[in-house]
Design a binder for this molecule. Structure first.
Ligand code: SF4
Ligand SMILES: [Zn+2]
Length: 260
């Protein structure tokens, strides 16, 4: 196999670091996420997992000895909030409310004060305590479908918790994950990420059954460090056969041709 067609891991190479063209068969199916072939999916998954060695971010809720309570609290804080912001509040919150009982019994004004740096503190405090009351009464379920029935827990959060807590093979898709997958594999069909059949099917097919939680963390870090919302770092990205990069390079070439 020529070096230009394979990554060191034996996967198909795209217009990545080498700048080599993608095989025609892989270009043909790249217009829609659902049509990505198994080889392209495996190559992307491998790139994301490998990138974790350099892109992994350190947050207090990522400690190996974190409790299920801490993981859920982190996911609640991360709603509509940058991880760096949530990380400023998280240690104080779990210090002063170390478990579900502590959270439920904290006076509401005190909890709102703790959450103030994140904004929306009244809503967040109410949501956290409503969640705490239900978990104290019924326990914390393990599966995403049951987690989604908890107050304030939507599709993404339920899946993110289940993937990391119980290694359930589910695909949490937030706007960052959607951005990466759409750039690489093609645009989704529906505006609502939660119901787009193409994106949902692709995202699930990419999850490695051996470590759904680790893959999610790697994908989020990849989205933050490499496939950034603005100015993605395509020149140093290991993802092969990326549609966005290919189209960017094609448009650059056309501009250069016109200018010469
Ligand atoms: S858009 Fe750029 S940074 Fe994002 S996956 Fe494609 S090549 Fe990588
Ligand atoms: Zn392919």
């Amino acid at each position: 196999m020529p070096k230009s067609e394979r990554t060191p891991g034996g996967l198909p190479q795209g217009e990545g670091i080498s700048g080599e063209p993608v095989a025609t068969s892989h270009l043909e199916h790249a217009a829609r996420p659902a049509s990505a072939c198994a080889e392209c999916r495996a190559a992307f998954q491998c790139s994301v997992l490998r990138s974790a060695a350099t892109t992994r971010r350190s947050f207090p809720w990522r400690r190996s000895e974190r409790s299920s309570y801490e993981l859920v609290i982190a996911e609640v804080l991360l709603q509509q909030t940058r991880a760096e912001q949530a990380a400023k509040v998280f240690p104080t919150l779990v210090d002063q409310c170390p478990d579900w009982l502590g959270l439920a019994s904290t006076p509401r004004p005190d909890l709102e004060e703790l959450l103030r740096p994140l904004g929306l503190q009244r809503r967040r405090a109410a949501a956290l305590q409503a969640l705490a009351r239900v978990v104290i009464e019924r326990g914390l379920p393990a599966r995403a479908s049951e987690l989604e029935a908890l107050p304030g827990v939507g599709q993404y959060m339920a899946r993110a918790i289940a993937a990391q807590l119980s290694s359930e093979v589910v695909a949490p898709i937030d706007t960052n994950v959607a951005r990466v997958l759409e750039r690489v594999f093609g645009p989704r069909r529906l505006a609502d990420i939660r119901h787009d059949p193409d994106l949902q099917a692709l995202a699930l097919a990419l999850v490695p059954p051996s470590d759904p939680g680790g893959y999610l963390v790697a994908l989020l870090d990849f989205a933050s460090a490499i496939c950034r919302p603005r100015a993605p770092r395509c020149h140093e990205c290991p993802a092969p056969a990326c549609r966005y990069r290919r189209e960017s390079m094609n448009s650059c070439r056309k501009s250069e041709t016109r200018a010469s």
